[in-house]
Design a protein. Sequence first.
Length: 69
Amino acid sequence: MIEALDEKENLTNLGKYLSMLSVDPKLGKMLIMGAVYWCLHPILIVVSALSVLDPFLLPQDKKDELAEK
């Protein structure tokens, strides 16, 4: 659970910080907690890897284009 909302569905302090980040809330919480626990550098690497698509996967339309060649 991300804990961005309290029981009345109001933003918590964590939720306010998460709203400032343009990443998935789960990844944003990882970034914030990495900063809190002084391990931001390794967390940045993990979040970077998790926030991009797999470079070895192609969308179906691209696969079709390659098959036609």
